[in-house]
Design a protein around this ligand. Sequence first.
Ligand SMILES: *[C@@H]1O[C@H](CO)[C@@H](O)[C@H](O)[C@H]1NC(C)=O
Length: 135
Amino acid sequence: MLLYLFLPLLSSSSILVTAAAGMGEAKVTMLIAYPTTLVFNSTYYLANHVPAVAAAWKPYGLTGYRALQSQYSPTEGAAGDPYAMIFEAEWPGMDAVNDMLTKTPAEEKQRFEEDEKRFTDRAPAVWFMGVGAQG
Ligand SMILES: *[C@@H]1O[C@H](CO)[C@@H](O)[C@H](O)[C@H]1NC(C)=O
């Protein structure tokens, strides 16, 4: 149950409907949150997985990203933090996300699934948010 197993769900009609409803140009943040778990290798994740994903998504319009790390050691249970790591990926809109979801080659998805097993044993939560307000 890794990230790319979620992506076929994300490419379902609900997202396409949202884009068709005229919200395709609204900036969207994709959040990929890895639950606190005994297995999370942030060294590997930050050095290998993040750069690979960022490079793969850039051609589809990724405009920026941040990997936010729990301030408690994930390997010690993170003392109540629900997530060990939250990856924020900025997209110009859902059209770009849909492009990424539908055009990423199967072999590449497979490669990321395999890579995910190298740093965690838990499925991340994946969702999208728009900006309500900012300062
Ligand atoms: C975490 O990943 C780093 C970098 O690949 C590796 O050197 C280290 O041995 C890994 N740690 C564990 C506990 O697997």
